[in-house]
Structure formats: C-alpha cells, structure tokens
Ligand binder design. Sequence first.
Ligand code: R5P
Length: 301
Amino acid sequence: MKPILISGRANPVLALHISQVLSLKLGQCKIDSFPDGEIHVEILEDLLGCDVYLIQPTSPPVAENLLELLLLSDAARRSGAAHITGVIPYLGYARQDRRSAQGEPVGGRVAANILSIGLDRIISVDLHKPTLEGFFSVPVEHLSAIELIAETLKKSLPDNPVLVAPDLGAAKLANTYADILDIPVAYIYKVRESGDKVSIRNIVGDVSGYSPILVDDMISTAGTMIRAMDALIAQKCRPEIILVATHGLFVGDGPGRISSFPVSKIIVTDSILQNKDQLPLPIHVVGLKTLLANAIRRLNV
Ligand code: R5P
C-alpha cells in the first residue's frame, strides 16, 4: 500500500530526514492555531487507500502536540486513509504509569487510550517503561536508540569511565550500556520528593577517580542529573562528566543549571527537536531517521 508521511509541528526536521531516507516527499498539510488557541489542521493530499504515517513526538507543549496528532489522525481517517500509524519517537505522559497517591489518575493509560482510538499502530522509541505497551489496544513497535547512542559513546570514551544510573529506575538501562561498552557500572539511590525536587540517599559502586557517564531515558528539568552530579563530585569523581539520555526535553532552567557542572558532553537523540544554538551546552544529537525509516519500511502494509 502506498505510504504517505505527514508531519505535525513538533519535529518537522526529523520528519523531513525520515522522508529523505525513504525517498518520499512529505505529504502537504496546513496546521495553524485559531486566535482562541484551537488547532486547525488540513491535510492537502489524497489519502484514499493509503498507509499513512503521522510523525509527531508528544513533547512539550505536551497537551497541544498530543491533540494535534489526534486531529491529524481524524483528518487522515476522514480522508480515506486505509491504515494510520503514529510515529511518536517521544511519548509524553509515559512517566505517569501508576498512581503514587490516592486521587491521581494513571496519565499514561489515559494518553494510550486516546491514541489507541485515533491510530491503528504506534511506533515509539525508548518508552519510559517497556510495560507501557500494555496500555495500548493497538500494536506498538517499540524501538531503542541504545545501540546508536552506544556507538557514539564508543568513539570518544573518557579515561577510566564508569556508567552511572542516576536512579534505580535507570539501573537496567545502565547495565545494558555497560554490557555493550564493557565498562563498570554504579547506581545512585534517588528519592523524588516532588515533581521538580529529588534527593540522593546512597551510591552503590566505585566512582572515586572515575569519569562518570550518567545514563537515563530522559532529561527534563535536569533535577535528576544535577543531584547525581552533586553526589558524584562529593565522592571525588573525575571532573569530566558525560550525560546521556534518549530524550532531551531540557525544560525550565535545567540547561542553565547543567552548565555550572564539569560536563564534557551531553548525548541525546532528535526524538525531540533540539535547537543547539539556544542551549548553552555541549550537546551531541544522535539522529533517529534511519531507525524510524527502517521501521516504516518494515511495517508498510
Ligand atoms: C524518572 O523516572 C526518569 O527516568 C528521569 O529520571 C526523570 O524523569 C528525569 O526528569 P528530570 O530531568 O526532571 O529530573
């Protein structure tokens, strides 16, 4: 079936790169916002009988990008698309995968429910937890950027490196990187006190005299990485720290706070549109275009 790629406004650069790998032109589409803030979408393509791929990470502004994706899927459905896949390299609300207090919703489940209504399939990358797949009632193609990021790391490993999980949730991820790179690993016991406040209880493993490579699935406010760096420096690590995450959200004053630490490199992917000029940081962006294009090729019905 003929594949058509359509991009939302969240990451048109990645969408263009994917289309170039597939030698396809991006489908024409008009998206703007009405004066009252409502999003208006118009797909200017004949989609009758097509296999449509809507490329849109649900990155900040999360609610807006999520709704834009749902409007695109409704427009595609009403235009006769035979099959609609959401290419969502970063899935917002994924951290709300359980209730931590009475009276809270399971936000990840709510997001999965509404996406499962509008889409026939999801392609995503390094979900906050692999079990999130079970929240969707449509198939999820869960890809990983770990191999790609590890390849980048391999090219310029610092002296005496140690992989560090900034919290226990990242322990498995750190082990995976450690296995690929064949370097030791340490774990930090972090406690989240609120949405933007975390504290460190303990470090398991040797970090003194080592160059830490902190790995996580995402950097949002950077609170987790900053607390981890404080703890590593207190344990006399080498003043050459690398931060690694698949998804670089860099919200609030996170980037500014990172720049006061001895960070030699930050490796993220382009799951979220990065504007390197606006970030006062040594960012290296790993491209996901081939990973995602290959998935589209494989799944094209
Ligand atoms: C938490 O479970 C995640 O894996 C990340 O550690 C966290 O979401 C990063 O957020 P922030 O940068 O705001 O600390």
